[in-house]
Design a protein around this ligand. Sequence first.
Ligand SMILES: *Cc1c(COP(=O)(O)O)cnc(C)c1O
Length: 396
Amino acid sequence: MNNPIPYGRQNITEEDISAVIDTLKSDYLTQGPKVAEFEKNFAQYVGSEYAVAVANGTAALHLCALSLGVEKGDKVITTPITFAASANCVKYAGGEVVFADIDPETYLIDIENVRKLLQESPEGTYKGIIPVDFAGRSVDMEALQKLAKEYNLWIIEDACHAPGGFFLDKQNNNQICGNGKYADLAIFSFHPVKHIASGEGGMITTDDEELYQKLLQLRTHGIVKEKSLYKNSVDLAGGKDNSYPLWYMEMQELGFNYRITDFQAALGNSQLQRADEGLVERRRIAQNYYNFFKDKAYVKGQSGVVKGHAYHLYILEVSDRLGLYNFLRENKIYAQIHYIPCHLMPYYRQFGWKEGDFPNAEKYYRHCISLPMYPTLKEEEQEYVIEKINSYYAAK
Ligand SMILES: *Cc1c(COP(=O)(O)O)cnc(C)c1O
């Protein structure tokens, strides 16, 4: 193998390139028709009422936290095994992050640990929860929603790893991540390692119209351009005869510029057309890994074959992880580690989190390694990866 094999990579086709070029030649560079089209198609793809495209997944999380009214001192629960942005959005809004340990089988936040946290605290202690469909495996959102309702919590589902992923509800129906039925808001990222790439980009999906309107406003500086919502008088606005001037607008809240450009939306939209094909490939690759590693003594756990899993990542838990990681690098296979537990990051340690707080997450971190997983990974490349891993342990 001459080409380096990363753990994840984008796939840009000629169609994608034409879509971007067409937009560059159009009248809109930002916030034009492609953004609206991308939003409409994405909402349809996951089955939600509304979608709001934004600059990136982190901006999406930030706007979610703000639109749900997170403020100073509000406590929000999330998992330590995630990209830091899932937790950081609470801090941006002045809230406090409380972690709950993962389930060692699924690597997802353990709903029973969340329940314990809620039971042990006075009512109203927690405002919300941010579950993460880690690696592409959906959280059991039905069970989580039931718990959240009992304790009056909102839910932001971080579905960055799981566009097109789903869980099976009690009636055995597929419930697609971010379909608006279980979480107040769900977010996605279009960073190049994710399923759908737009360079930088993000999306928020929801069924809640009020939150939708708030998100639109916060995405563009908190500005409102709708007569019926104006707070200032016509006179103050510089109009007359009960009519606001055409230039008039109001900044009603402290918002941001979190817009996505129209050419990024064109790319995302073009990629979205192939999202299902990509999922088929990811599931095929996962099945191959699973088949090969299922009986190997050096494997302590793996992502496995799970219905609805979107396989952003395929994870093995192995002995001598550091040795394997370095050996693979020597062979130009760039496996990755997802994730260093959030609570052990120096930034979070300053709030008192420490080693030993979440034994499942910490044990998982000692052994996990994410193998190359992307739709264009060739069969012989996957075989090469498997062969190298196997030979590393055979030689020991
Ligand atoms: C990628 C990612 C984010 C952040 O998305 P960006 O677009 O990179 O800002 C948030 N949460 C998870 C779980 C992610 O994987």
